[in-house]
Design a protein around this ligand. Structure first.
Ligand SMILES: C[S@@+](CC[C@H](N)C(=O)[O-])C[C@H]1O[C@@H](n2cnc3c(N)ncnc32)[C@H](O)[C@@H]1O
Length: 247
């Protein structure tokens, strides 16, 4: 799965990776809760299982999953060298259980891995794809799963007209609170505001973020042939949802 990635085709740069590594703990709503929910959704995984993480970032989820489930191994793909380097440092104690690789999420090149996965997970990444690209991904992920395999998505979604302002206000408040909780001051929140990072206020169609409505994504999962499609958590325009490949 050493798929080629043309240089930053979708605008995610190493500078963005760097900013996310520094600010993720302020700007991702209830990040620990999100990771715990993903863990609990994986608790009936066949053992020993192999999980594919699409856009694994610096390997935070991998660390929690491999500590909790000692027999699983994870293949983590990402397009950023800095993220993959951080992930391999963080996860070195797990040895062969973690394998990192560089890829371009939108490319078909990595989608025929040659062996099926028990689960495919992805956190905060699929929203970089356009709607039709998400649809194609969902169909390809289904092919990559074993029967009864689970696909778990934690991601930014596009709220409807009624929910947009609510998501924007709630996200501001979460980042403001987190800034005080972690540092006792508003500097991280000030940075978030200054950079225009509240996607629900400043979404630019030319931007790297292309969130889709949750309802559309649930329908696309159904159209791809998944069953047991469900939503587990939603807050400030972020959601965790999953779908299963039939037995
Ligand atoms: C917001 S971070 C999330 C990282 C991690 N999953 C987490 O939840 O902490 C988005 C990740 O997606 C990767 N990424 C964004 N667009 C990508 C693309 N088109 N192809 C491959 N990786 C991409 C970035 O390098 C980054 O690691």
């Amino acid at each position: 799965m050493d798929a080629e990635r043309p240089d930053e085709p979708n605008g995610w740069s190493e500078e963005t990776s760097h900013d996310f590594i520094n600010y993720g703990r302020y700007i991702v709503p209830e990040r620990d809760t999100q990771m715990q929910i993903i863990c609990s959704l994986l608790s009936d995984l066949d053992s020993p299982g192999i999980i594919l993480d699409l856009c694994c970032g610096e390997g935070l989820l991998e660390e929690i999953l491999m500590d909790k489930f000692p027999t699983i191994s994870i293949q983590g793909l990402d397009g950023s060298d800095e993220m993959l380097q951080k992930a391999s440092q963080r996860l070195s104690r797990f040895g062969e259980r973690f394998r990192g690789g560089k890829f371009e999420l939108s490319s078909p090149a990595w989608r025929k891995p040659g062996h099926p996965f028990n689960a495919v997970v992805s956190s905060l990444a699929i929203h970089h794809l356009l709607g039709p690209q998400k649809q194609a991904l969902f169909m390809d992920v289904k092919q990559m799963l074993k029967p009864n395999g689970i696909f778990i998505i934690a991601d930014v979604i596009e709220p409807g007209p009624m929910g947009k302002e609510l998501a924007a206000v709630t996200l501001d408040e979460i980042v403001r609170k987190r800034s005080f909780e972690l540092d006792g001051n508003s500097s991280a929140f000030d940075f978030f505001k200054r950079e225009g990072w509240n996607i629900f206020r400043y979404l630019d169609p030319e931007d790297i973020d292309k969130p889709s409505p949750l309802f559309d994504q649930l329908k696309w999962l159904e159209q791809a042939g998944f069953v047991e499609i469900d939503v587990h958590w939603i807050l400030a325009g972020h959601a965790i949802f999953s779908a299963r490949k039939a037995k």
